[in-house]
Design a protein around this ligand. Sequence first.
Ligand code: IMP
Length: 203
Amino acid sequence: MENMENKVVIASRNEGKIKEIKDVLSKYGMEAVSRDEFGIPKFEVEETGETLEENSIIKAKAIFELIDEAVIADDSGLEVDALKGRPGVYSARYAGEHCSMQDNRDKMLRELKGVPSDKRGARFVSVITLILSDGERLIARGECKGRIASEERGDAGFGYDPIFIPDGFDKSFAEMSQEQKNSISHRGMALKRLEELIGERSK
Ligand code: IMP
C-alpha cells in the first residue's frame, strides 16, 4: 500500500458496513473514517442505479464531489436463486420503501417457505468503489455463496446476516465473529480484490 493515501472516507452510514470496512482496511495500513466522523452533513444519496456497480459509483462520487478527499463506497445485495436473483440491487428496500431489516428478513423467509434446503442457494455480492484524491477510480467486486436458512440464527452482524449460511459452514453470518465473517464475506473478498488493484497500480 505504498504510494497510497492512507486516509479514506467511508461513504456509507450503515454501522455494520463501516465496522467491516474499517477492520479490513486497517490491516492494510489505511485509516478509514466514517462520513459522520469526517463531519459530512447528513444527506441521502439517491441510489438510482440499476446495478450494484452503478450505485457503488454514484455513492462514492456524491461524497467525493463534496470533499475532494479519497472516498470508499460499497453497494451490496443478496441474490437468491429461488427468487431468480432477487432482491439483488433492491435488497435494502425488498419489503418496501421504508421497511426495517426485520421486515426484509421476514419477507425472505415467507417467500422461501417450503423451499427445500438444496434449492435455497443464494449469494451476497459487494461492489466497492475507491475514488483516490486525484479522482482515479478503482472498482472491485466480491461474492460469497451460501444458502438461506429456514429461520433466524444468531444475533451478531447486521441486515440479512441471521438468515445467510455461507458455503462450507453450518452457521449463519450472525453466528460468526467479525473476523471470521470478514475472512469469507463478499465485502471481505471485494476489499481483497481492491488491495490487488491498488498493488497493480503502484507497480
Ligand atoms: P446497500 O448496499 O446499502 O444498498 O445495502 C444492501 C442491503 O443488503 C441492505 O439491506 C444491507 O443490510 C444488506 N447487506 C449488505 N451487506 C450485508 C451483509 O454483509 N450482511 C447482511 N446484510 C447485508
